[in-house]
Design a protein around this ligand. Sequence first.
Ligand code: NAG
Ligand code: NAG
Ligand code: NAG
Ligand code: NAG
Ligand code: NAG
Ligand code: NAG
Ligand code: NAG
Ligand code: NAG
Ligand code: NAG
Length: 458
Amino acid sequence: MTPFPFFFILFFFCLFPFLPSSSSLHYPYNYSLHIDCGGLSNSTDIFNTTWVSDRYFTGGAISVVSEPLHFQHSQEKTLRYFPISSGKKNCYVIPNLSSGRYQLRTFTVYDNYDGKSHSPSFDVSVEGNVVFQWRSPWHEDITRAGAYSDLFFTVSDDEANVCFYSIATDSPVIASLEITQIDPASYLVNDTSILVNYGRFSSGSDQWGPGFSNDTDRFGRSWQSDTEFRSKVAGKTTGAIVKAISAIKNVINVDRAPNYFPLKLYQSAVTVIGEGGEFLEYQLPVDAKLDYLLWFHFAEIDVSVNKAGKRVFEIVVNGENVSRVDIYKEVGSFAAYDFKYVVKNLSSAELSVRFVPIVGAPVICGLENYAIIPADLKTLPAQVVAMKALKESLKVPDRMGWNGDPCAPTTWDAWEGVTCRSTTNGSLVISQIDLGSQGLKGYISDQIGLLSNLELKF
Ligand SMILES: *[C@@H]1O[C@H](CO)[C@@H](O)[C@H](O)[C@H]1NC(C)=O
Ligand SMILES: *[C@@H]1O[C@H](CO)[C@@H](O)[C@H](O)[C@H]1NC(C)=O
Ligand SMILES: *[C@@H]1O[C@H](CO)[C@@H](O)[C@H](O)[C@H]1NC(C)=O
Ligand SMILES: *[C@@H]1O[C@H](CO)[C@@H](O)[C@H](O)[C@H]1NC(C)=O
Ligand SMILES: *[C@@H]1O[C@H](CO)[C@@H](O)[C@H](O)[C@H]1NC(C)=O
Ligand SMILES: *[C@@H]1O[C@H](CO)[C@@H](O)[C@H](O)[C@H]1NC(C)=O
Ligand SMILES: *[C@@H]1O[C@H](CO)[C@@H](O)[C@H](O)[C@H]1NC(C)=O
Ligand SMILES: *[C@@H]1O[C@H](CO)[C@@H](O)[C@H](O)[C@H]1NC(C)=O
Ligand SMILES: *[C@@H]1O[C@H](CO)[C@@H](O)[C@H](O)[C@H]1NC(C)=O
């Protein structure tokens, strides 16, 4: 989770000012939407991003952080929350999307907006999969300053569902929500998994990207500084000094399909200096029992490394040697070189990534770490249609929280009064509807016929 906005002066190295790759001229994935949750008017921020007023939500109320002057952007100051009177489950349903792959980014803040001095516990799902779990008490910095979180996911129909689920009586809260279309072949692990960002950093650089600087990233990715991920212990025990270096000319093979990694990522790096043999190490925060996708970014930007074999190092992940790297041998100098690796079924709550020298010192431009969230079960689409029709025809009140998928995510309660079961073929169906005590008046939609596994009680 990205903690909070930092602002720095940035350096550019523009000896070769404009070197676009041909694909960048025809970038077809240009849809993006930036919603200022709780905001009443459209606005454009200092980075020329257009924010639209709050829309596409199923319920809730709006509020403002308690100390608006502490926040840089107007979309960070207003928020939407979902009190229990709006139902246990509420969503943003983004309409009219083309099916494909997207980045979702949220800004979540508490800042005692409700005067209760109690940060809430709630879950967030995307397309029926739990992706973020906010648990009280939040980290002090995040409570006050908020946090950006992001992930990559696939939309298979024409809308994206981002849902919020109240734990106990806590009101979920959201300050902004952004969705950006990305290349359908990007970061592909498999079609159904969601990749949740657990750290994306640019080495030897300050925080940059959308919301933090004017530097562009086609996917809307922001890049943190690597400093807070660097292992302090390793530095101390070896007496090594970590040194940031910058490229004196542009790195090539950047901004290419399908991942469109930006040039700026490769223009800075860190290496280590000392008596020799010192390694570089990052400690990445993780939650156990998931698989993690690590994406490494390298470029040989030191002009003194001018042939293969002059800089060789190994990547060691949680003690396991996963690859030997000789950037020059792979791509020459001033060219991007990426390497990805999946850590399976992590058993510890920590992921250490070490760059161990073989010849010369290791060098790294950036690293991304994503939890691979496997797809949860979903309600059969026809039954979702039927339940939405039933909701309309029976005028089911907001407090019942009939929003999003009736049965998914499976770790949440189904819609109030609704019981679901899973079928042998791995989907969810409605097995019972009990609205006996709700005093609903309306008619039963014809579409109820689609609920073929149903036993009714009214
Ligand atoms: C986005 O891409 C589509 C083609 O995929 C193109 O027709 C449209 O003009 C583009 N929009 C912008 C704002 O560039
Ligand atoms: C904000 O912009 C959208 C289009 O992007 C427009 O439909 C809407 O009416 C605008 N809202 C306000 C409050 O100006
Ligand atoms: C970003 O660029 C715009 C226009 O070029 C400029 O007005 C603005 O000050 C820049 N913002 C920052 C934070 O550099
Ligand atoms: C800001 O964005 C608008 C379109 O959204 C564009 O026409 C304009 O050139 C941009 N301005 C800058 C300074 O980038
Ligand atoms: C979605 O697109 C259709 C036309 O394709 C349009 O009629 C409808 O108003 C759009 N809905 C929203 C919420 O923008
Ligand atoms: C997708 O990848 C995840 C993580 O490696 C795995 O748990 C899941 O079973 C895979 N799904 C398919 C359909 O291959
Ligand atoms: C680490 O793995 C690479 C291949 O991935 C291999 O070439 C190298 O010898 C290994 N190093 C050690 C110390 O085992
Ligand atoms: C993951 O590892 C744990 C022990 O660390 C083991 O109990 C579990 O079966 C493993 N799961 C898979 C899918 O390999
Ligand atoms: C799964 O089983 C249900 C009945 O239990 C059936 O209605 C549905 O069509 C099946 N789905 C698929 C994809 O086979």
